[in-house]
Ligand binder design. Sequence first.
Ligand code: NAP
Length: 307
Amino acid sequence: MFRVIILGSGPAGLTAALYTARANLEPLVLEGHLPGGQLTLTTTIENFPGFPEGVEAWSLMGAMRQQAVRYGALCRPESAVRVDLTKRPFEIETEKDIYRSQALIIATGATARMLGLDAEKALLGKGVSTCATCDGAFFRDRSVVVVGGGDSALEEAMFLTRFASSVTVVHRRDQLRATKLLQDRAFANEKIQFIWNSVIKDILDPAQGKVSGVVLEDVKTHRTRYLPCDGVFIAIGHTPNTELFAGQLELQDGYIVTKGGTGTSVPGVFAAGDVQDRIYRQAVTAAGSGCMAALDCEKWLTEVGYL
Ligand code: NAP
């Protein structure tokens, strides 16, 4: 039995852990499948305040965890597989145990979206990837394609130029969604080319168990063409990790709806980070909302007389 359980260990979860730990609430953090959260799938973070030279994601997340633990947070490498928010205290079941808590902070983040092609599934880990940081080094002196037009796509593309001989960004429109700074950097990078108004219709060749090229379709002319490449990186956004809460919490397009700060449709349940944020989705905003959730949670526990 805990006063507060935190689901997730990205910037939102670990900041909520730090604040609830310093408030003496002795939080349990269930770290989930990806300790440190999505940020650990990237490399250097240049826009987290306080690091003028940038900071490696693993180092930042390691420090956040250490700081939360120092003040009394208990971190366990487990994932919730079932939650019951109709019961008081709430019940959270993991692969190993059943835990109960008076309050819950959900910071389960989001997961990379896929194109939905059979070949993409067949070749995932065999040339198709959603994480340049994890797999970029396998593509030394090879040519790769990155799909998407947002910040992630351009960051992945630029990271891949450290290894690949050429990087082609395929985008379904003729304008990028990414921030101007990243666009300028990507346009200035000689290793990066762009193919506009195009989508990937197929990835070859599952029969060979490796990527040999992609079939592109121009969305305006509907002409298709073959582009040889050795790897495909999918960077088309994310889906919030909220399956556990469907039917129990108010969701909108899969995101947890928060009102008046970080409160959800169930009193005592708070949400922070990408699981409730479709707009900002930055490490620093996630950390900020983790802090808000912790403060809201502490206030609620006091108001209902648990503290
Ligand atoms: P995003 O901004 O949602 O961009 C997704 C991109 O993928 C869009 O260009 C979209 O095209 C394209 N796309 C979506 N579905 C597609 C499909 N089925 N087929 C082909 N293309 C598809 O996602 P993101 O780049 O992951 O960024 C998410 C958030 O994180 C943003 O707020 C971003 O600013 C932030 N972020 C920040 C940093 C940083 O600050 N360093 C780094 C990474 C991400 P359309 O443009 O046509 O919709």
